[in-house]
Design a protein around this ligand. Structure first.
Ligand SMILES: Cc1cc2nc3c(=O)[nH]c(=O)nc-3n(C[C@H](O)[C@H](O)[C@H](O)COP(=O)(O)O)c2cc1C
Length: 164
């Protein structure tokens, strides 16, 4: 059976979604890995248990991960605990200007699940500062999407080769 890479994301104005889709597209180039992209509201504990590697993707809202990604963790945490020890993960954060608060929160939860970080957190800043810019649809720059695609390729290659 092909190893599965699960990407769980939430996005309000589209930036994180574009990043998560780019990871998916990069990973899909490695033909022998099954790639699943799930919105945080749809993702269940069974999806996490069935995945060989995880990507967790969120906007930074109020110096934290988004409420919907937090809800995913709240719903799944204890059904997953102790059953995914050592599985590789990476995180994506789309932020206006920071992103580190969301990274820290995801890393703490990933530590609780005993996941293994296999890539540096990938943070993209959209530099939205005003109310209008923050609420507007986001267009992630091609070079940032290329970083996301490269992460997807690397994760899928690691899974396919069994190096994680
Ligand atoms: C309610 C709210 C709070 C935010 N708080 C932060 C913040 O604490 N730090 C930051 O860097 N960006 C912050 N932002 C900006 C978003 O992270 C940024 O617009 C990002 O592109 C959102 O990702 P998305 O397009 O996937 O929704 C905030 C945006 C909103 C709507």
């Amino acid at each position: 059976m092909a190893p599965t890479l699960l990407i769980v994301y939430h996005s309000m104005t589209g930036g994180t979604r574009q990043m998560a889709e780019a990871v998916r597209d990069g990973a899909a180039q490695e033909g022998s890995v099954a790639v699943r992209l799930l919105h945080a509201a749809q993702a269940q504990a069974a999806d996490v248990l069935g995945a060989h590697a995880l990507v967790l993707a969120t906007p930074e809202n109020l110096a934290a991960m988004s409420g919907q990604l937090k809800d995913f963790f709240d719903r799944c945490y204890y059904d997953v605990l102790d059953q995914v020890n050592g599985r590789p993960y990476a995180c994506l954060v789309c932020a206006g200007s920071d992103g580190q608060g969301a990274v820290r929160q995801i890393e703490r939860i990933a530590t609780g699940w005993r996941l293994r970080r296999v890539a540096e957190p990938l943070v993209v800043c959209t530099h939205a500062q005003t109310r209008e810019a923050i609420l507007a649809p986001k267009h992630i720059a091609p070079q940032e999407l290329a970083r996301c695609r490269a992460l997807g390729e690397a994760l899928a290659a690691g899974l396919a080769l069994g190096v994680f």
